[in-house]
Design a protein around this ligand. Structure first.
Ligand code: AMP
Ligand code: GLY
Length: 415
């Protein structure tokens, strides 16, 4: 199979490793890719937000499968443009990607589908925002309505900060606070059939103990030893299938990866958000445990043949990834610093670039991820932190508590 992978972050490096491992893949090109991906794929420059440019590249490469990693190309209609050339695409149409691109649209679909989620109001002026904040009370949850790279959400007890975020964003969704551990569940779907991957947990706040501002994600682990055994079945029945049915009913079937972000509250699982693509950095841990060839799975979803795909096989044990972030991330990441110690198996490149002389430099807020598997979560965690300790990058920071609470059995679903 000839595969074109669109994107160039840590998630795409993990996807590239999975695709390159699939014996059916005879060509793997990543656009634009990154220096880590370059070890398993040919890199091509492309403007990933330009549907015509990506479609032309797919045609030139005679790609048989295009896998779109990030949300921005999906929302821009890259999947539509590639599909119009008769090429199989893993990733939803622009219209279906609104499940991620518009929080208001996502709430509308969830309400119509009867999916359990936080009660919410969409507000476009300071008065309605103030009324909504007072309706729900603290902690306040204020979300930018559009795409914000994981940084559009403010959760705070401070009403003035909540109001200020609403004013800055213009159009916001203000919602009820959901209390309970968070889960990321990825579901591969062709619009009708749906296959869940292993549930993972992400660490959204920048600091240890879930302190500081939200980020794109500072680390992840899978599987979740504390999750109720029937969690995945319950989410498939109560969330995924009703949502996919509602999308079909509206004539905008969702194909690709439905990322269900959940809080496990005392009242049961509640959807925090949908994303229209693999999560980053959860993909690094989920794919590290997937034994089933990845290209075949994504191709089945892209061609409407997922119902005939064999059941997934998983490796035993656990996986942990720890993000190494640039100085100043998430507010104002500094880039251009020299990196050493990154050329080892398990070091995933997220925001890096290579000079002509081979020097590796930081090129984004999240720079690298140390990703490791092990026979259990404690072993995987030790191995991931060993990788991180081997990386040198001036001013870098990382969380020191990724997967720690799970290893120490300190996570419980409230009852
Ligand atoms: P989102 O971009 O919607 O995933 O939100 C980012 C993060 O904000 C989530 O992972 C949660 O940690 C937090 N968050 C979002 N919505 C809520 C909510 N309704 N209640 C509690 N925390 C939330
Ligand atoms: N890790 C969170 C996200 O990908 O949105």
């Amino acid at each position: 199979m000839r595969v074109l992978l669109v994107g160039g972050g840590g998630r795409e490096h993990a996807l590239a490793l999975g695709l390159a491992d699939d014996p059916s893949v005879e060509m793997l090109v990543a656009a634009p890719g990154n220096p880590g991906i370059a070890s398993v794929a040919e890199l091509r420059e492309v403007d990933t937000a330009d549907p015509a440019a990506v479609a032309a590249l797919a045609v030139e490469l005679r790609a048989e499968l295009v896998v779109i990693g990030p949300e921005a190309p999906l929302v821009a209609g890259v999947a539509d443009a590639v599909r119009a050339k008769g090429i199989a695409v893993f990733g939803p149409s622009a219209e279906a990607a609104r499940l991620e691109g518009s929080k208001t649209f996502a709430k509308e679909i969830m309400t119509a589908a009867g999916v359990p989620t936080a009660r919410a109001h969409t507000c476009t002026d300071p008065q309605s925002a103030a009324d909504a904040l007072d309706d729900f009370g603290p902690p306040y949850v204020v979300k930018n309505d559009g795409l914000a790279a994981g940084k559009g959400v403010v959760v705070t007890d401070d009403r003035a900060i909540a109001l200020e975020h609403a004013r800055e964003c213009g159009r916001v969704v203000i919602e009820e606070y959901l209390s309970g551990p968070e889960v990321s569940l990825f579901v591969v779907t062709d619009g009708e059939a749906a296959v869940p991957l292993l549930p993972a947990q992400d660490f959204k706040r920048v600091g240890d103990g879930d302190t500081g501002p939200n980020t794109g994600g500072m680390g992840a682990y899978a599987p979740l030893p504390w999750a109720p055994p029937d969690l995945v079945d319950e989410v498939m029945t109560d969330v995924v299938h009703p949502t996919l049915a509602q999308m079909r009913h509206r004539g905008i079937p969702f194909t690709g990866l439905l990322y269900v972000g959940l809080a496990l509250t005392a009242a049961g699982p509640r959807v925090i958000e949908f994303n229209a693509r693999f999560g980053d950095p959860e993909t690094q841990v989920v794919l590290a445990l997937l034994e089933t060839p990845l290209a075949g799975l994504l191709h089945a979803a892209a061609t409407g043949t997922l119902a005939a795909h064999p059941p997934l096989r998983w490796r035993d044990g656990a996986a942990v990834t720890v993000v190494v972030a640039a100085e100043g991330y998430p507010a104002k990441p500094r880039t251009g610093d020299v990196i050493t110690g990154a050329d080892r198996a398990g070091v995933i490149h997220a925001g890096t670039r290579r000079d002509a002389d081979g020097t590796l430099r930081s090129a984004g807020g999240r720079v690298l991820c140390g990703t490791a598997t092990g026979p259990d979560l404690a072993a995987a965690r030790d191995a991931a932190y060993a990788l991180v300790r081997g990386i040198e990058l001036a001013g870098a920071h990382h969380r020191s508590d990724i997967a720690a609470a799970a290893v120490e059995s300190r996570i419980a679903v409230p009852d």
